[in-house]
Ligand binder design. Structure first.
Ligand SMILES: [Zn+2]
Length: 359
């Protein structure tokens, strides 16, 4: 981590997100946030800026979602328990949590754009990266970060936003929203064989957005050094050449080795290292603000430990021991394949770079 003047780190934390009840056996459970809250109380009692979440306006929800779908979500208030999708249950207070998850991300965005914070982690639920315009999908109801990105484009007149999605599942909703839009560059690493089975290498965008979607399907046995190497090789040139004015992170932690959904092998340290990488690139490239929003992550101790690592990185805390950033064959393979696929677009790599990367 390079030295900076200050690390003003904000968080969105609100007990109303616990009111989204999903039943006894659903993995996307209020206890996820309770585990994060307990960790915050224990380890981050001071030093973080608390930002008050507030409801988004209907116009803001409609930046992404159709009025008919928004009405459908609001109507779940009339039933004690129902489903918006087969895997996405809703209790009678779910509408409020979902609405507030969007509003929380928008309050976080405001705190970043007004310079109050350098980075904000929004601990919201339900998650958002699978949700599409007119449908709940994969535990997600409103597309929290998708709406934040649209708000940044329209309300704050930004022209270049980078979304980094390290959840083990592909953020099909985020990809779809910005597939034809070069103002939002979407980068995701994920299991291709897991839900929702989208995000193959060749899905690179369309029309004006061609080349602005970067998908990296990851191998099953990937470890910390592999993912950090891959991200370093790809995100370095992406940030240097695209020069985002805002960085959004779909921060899911289901690639952790202990996660019951992911079956990957990362440790919590990987998420801290990825955050440090992003913060170092930010520092070297005009200091764009960074907004992270909670997505997946279903093993409670692993989730809390991973969030702890991310917050340490955002705060610029030094590791007790120096981390040796290594290169690995798996990391090189992933980065080289992405570079080959994207060489023709020339946005963050070009043919010559791709050849070097592939050697
Ligand atoms: Zn996930």
């Amino acid at each position: 981590m390079k030295a900076t003047d200050a690390h003003r780190v904000g968080i969105i934390r609100d007990d109303r997100f616990l009111e989204h009840k999903t039943g006894l056996i659903h993995p996307e459970h209020p206890n996820r946030l309770k585990a994060i809250h307990a960790m915050l109380d224990r380890d981050f009692a001071s030093g973080l800026i608390h930002i008050q979440a507030d409801l988004a306006t209907m116009d803001e929800l409609e930046l992404v979602h159709t009025p008919t779908y928004i009405k459908k979500v609001m109507k779940t208030a009339e039933r004690e328990f129902t489903h918006l999708a087969p895997d996405t249950p809703a209790s009678n207070m779910t509408y409020l949590a979902a609405w507030l998850a969007v509003g929380g991300c928008l309050k976080a965005l405001e705190a970043l754009m007004t310079g109050r914070c350098d980075s904000v982690f929004a601990f919201v639920r339900p998650p958002g990266h699978h949700a599409v315009e007119d449908r709940a999908l994969g535990f997600c109801i409103f597309n929290n970060l998708g709406i934040a990105a649209r708000k940044a484009l329209q309300g704050f007149s930004l022209g270049r936003i980078l979304i980094v999605d390290w959840d083990i599942h592909h953020g099909n909703g985020l990809q779809q929203l910005f597939y034809e839009d070069p103002r939002v560059l979407y980068f995701s690493s994920h299991y291709l064989s897991s839900y929702p089975a989208t995000g193959d290498w060749e899905e690179t965008g369309q029309g004006d957005g061609l080349g602005y979607t970067i998908n990296v399907p990851i191998p099953k046995n990937m470890e910390d050094d592999d993912i950090v190497h891959c991200y370093r090789e790809i995100l370095g040139p992406v940030v240097r050449r695209y020069r985002p004015e805002l960085i959004l992170v779909a921060a899911g932690f289901d690639a952790h080795g202990a996660d019951p959904m992911g079956h990957a092998r990362l440790t919590e340290r990987a998420f801290g290292r990825l955050t440090r990488l992003i913060m170092d690139l930010r520092e070297e490239n005009g200091r764009p603000p960074v907004l992270l929003a909670l997505e997946g992550g279903y093993d409670l101790p692993a989730l809390a430990a991973s969030v702890h690592e991310v917050l340490d990185a955002l705060l610029g805390k030094a590791y007790p021991g120096e981390i040796q950033e290594t290169t690995t064959p798996a990391g090189a393979d992933m980065a080289a394949r992405a570079a080959r696929v994207h060489a023709e677009f020339g946005i963050w790599t070009d043919a010559a770079v791709a050849e070097v990367g592939a050697s």
